[in-house]
Write a protein that binds this ligand. Structure first.
Ligand code: NOJ
Ligand code: MG
Length: 568
């Protein structure tokens, strides 16, 4: 309710994810870095951002671009120094922006000294820091789990003469959370960063930290005889004991927030994770971004979905966090394709589509997470060969597609659609060479559309996606109902329009977004929500020249926010 001061700072702000490799290079080596981020804080401030989630900046061999951590206490030299990190925390803080660290605690790099020691023998200090198992009598792996990046989740170690478990790539061995010394050390890592003044943590791959006792195999897939590790280990009972301990030891009572990356935690489970006594403040759950997959996130095994499925998924999460808990709203991150292509038809005007989705992102209840470039309407890429791709999962998924009988061309189509590189191309700042991202050669090619899709050009154009983001960010600040108010979906049956009401007792706002390329008329009085009174903002920009009955009509991909009268 308006005037309710019980919400905390991170519930009232907008968060922004920076994929450090691709945001801004300052030293011409072609990789983004900390000084690059420091030089771009104004851009974030203009979007009303109060928290930056930084993807991992720790020392790493970069097999999975930093999600393979070799040393949690040191900054990756590619990105800068600890002094520069401290300067970033300070300078961002001066602008009211807090830095949120990505804690990769399910696994480390195989180059982390904990692992290199662990691999040496079964009788040293680190022996039980990872998950080691003997071979089966025939020399085979302990079970048939398939890692998330494809292939067996077990890797044979010659030196230790045992298998170790890796939920992701073989260079990312899983830590053994059953070992209290491991947990202790991870808490120390988190406390080290809290001492530096960070504003919170994003907890990477967190549902996988607990494995089922006995490590049972699963039903064999007809193609490779394996079973996805996600099905076997995600949210194993007992996991919340670990996470409660983490909360008690590290985060409880501090003015920070935690957001768990918790794929597979459904809205029904949400209360235990983020409820009043939950282990985190928020979790990223993926039901609305993984609508495309049958299971296991295998890119070549897709299923069809409609706008109603998307609306149902979002509404379920909004409802699950209605009474307590809080929702991080997102459509993009560094693991997903760009949202314009994800949620709109191929021929949709990308500027209109980008603005339509922005409206949902910034008007829902929760903390919006903008992913870098989303605010510009950046789109996917299509490169000629699989060899052009950097993302290890793209390469794995390409091979899985071939294994599933697809042709090379078809396999590449799966990569075009879902590659993580789609979201990882350099940020597009201006029209100069390499879009102002670097003066050297960028580590990943710049999207060809940077001449029109870039921050500088868009800032000068009132009709751009970027200008719309800024407008929505201001609008959110001006209307308390958008932060404090309730969420009610209306017109639920529509396959073309997503509409919801945000209400705080003082004001009632209707957000209506047309996801189709056709005009859409609707009747809001039929929902009992009230009567539309006035268009406050429209993504077409001509807010004022429609009146009366025409209020309830949306043009292709149009998004509007209307005030509605409380009394019907
Ligand atoms: C999720 C991260 O977002 C992704 O980029 C990474 O590959 C895996 N976790 C493994 O850490
Ligand atoms: Mg650099």
């Amino acid at each position: 309710m308006k005037g309710d001061t019980s919400l905390r700072w991170w519930q009232k702000t907008i968060a922004y994810e920076i994929y450090v490799n691709s945001f801004q290079d300052s030293d011409g080596d072609g990789y983004g870095d900390l000084n690059g981020i420091r030089s771009r804080l104004e851009h974030l401030e203009s979007l009303g951002v109060g928290a930056i989630w930084l993807t991992p900046v720790y020392a790493s061999p970069m097999v999975d671009n930093g999600y393979d951590v070799a040393d949690y206490y040191h900054i990756n030299p590619r990105y800068g120094t600890m002094e520069e990190m401290e300067a970033l925390i300070k300078e961002a803080g001066d602008r009211g922006i807090r830095i949120v660290m990505d804690l990769v605690f399910n696994h480390t790099s195989d180059k982390c000294v904990w692992f290199t020691e662990s691999e040496k023998s079964a009788g040293n200090e680190y022996s039980d820091w990872y998950i080691w198992k003997d071979a089966e009598p025939d020399g085979g792996a302990p079970n048939n789990w398939r890692s998330i990046f494809g292939g067996s989740a077990w890797e044979w170690s010659e030196s230790r003469q045992q298998y170790y478990l890796h939920t992701f790539a073989k260079e990312q061995p899983d830590l053994n959370w059953e070992n209290p010394k491991v947990r202790e050390e991870l808490y120390n890592v988190a406390l080290f960063w809290l001492d530096k003044g960070v504003g919170g943590f994003r907890m990477d791959a967190i549902p996988y930290i607990k494995k089922p006792a006995g490590f049972p195999g699963g039903e064999a897939d007809e193609v490779d005889g394996m079973t996805g590790i996600h099905e076997m280990t995600a949210n194993t009972p007992g996991i919340l004991d670990f996470l409660n301990e983490f909360k008690q030891r590290v985060t409880a009572g501090r003015d920070i927030f935690t957001v768990g990356e918790a794929n597979g935690v459904t809205p029904a489970d949400l209360q235990r994770w983020v409820g009043r006594d939950g282990v985190f403040d928020m979790i990223f759950e993926f039901s609305h971004v993984n609508l495309d997959f049958q299971s296991d996130e295998i890119w070549c095994r897709t299923k069809k979905w409609t706008l109603r499925d998307l609306k149902e998924a979002i509404t379920a999460s909004q409802k699950a966090t209605e009474e307590n808990g809080w929702y991080p709203i997102f459509f993009e991150n560094h693991d997903k394709e760009r949202s314009i292509e994800h949620y709109f038809p191929k021929n949709a005007d990308p500027v209109k589509a980008g603005k339509a989705l922005a409206t949902v992102l910034l008007m829902l209840r929760g903390t919006p997470f903008i992913y870098q470039g989303e605010e510009l309407g950046m789109t996917n890429v299509r490169w000629p060969s699989i060899d052009d791709y950097n993302d290890i999962n793209s390469v794995s998924q390409y091979n899985i597609a071939l294994q599933n009988g697809l042709s090379e061309k078809e396999a590449l189509e799966c990569v075009y659609r879902f590659s993580r590189d789609n979201a990882r191309t350099p940020m597009q700042w201006d029209t100069t060479e390499y879009a102002g991202f670097t003066t050297g050669t960028p580590w990943l090619p710049v999207n060809e559309n940077y001449q029109t899709v870039n921050a500088e050009t868009e800032a000068l154009d009132e009709a751009s996606v970027l200008s719309w983001y800024k407008r929505l960010a201001r609008f959110r600040k001006e209307h308390a109902a958008l932060v404090y108010g309730t969420y009610t979906e209306v017109l639920n049956d529509r396959e073309d329009v997503y509409a919801f009401v945000r209400e705080d007792g003082e004001e009632k706002l209707l957000i209506a977004v047309n996801f189709s390329g056709e005009e859409a008329e609707y009747d809001i009085t039929s929902t009992g929500a009230g009567e539309t009174e006035e268009i406050l903002i429209s993504s077409y920009g001509d807010d004022d020249d429609r009146g009366g009955a025409m209020l309830e009509r949306l043009r292709p991909y149009e998004a509007v926010v209307l005030r509605i009268a409380n009394e019907v």
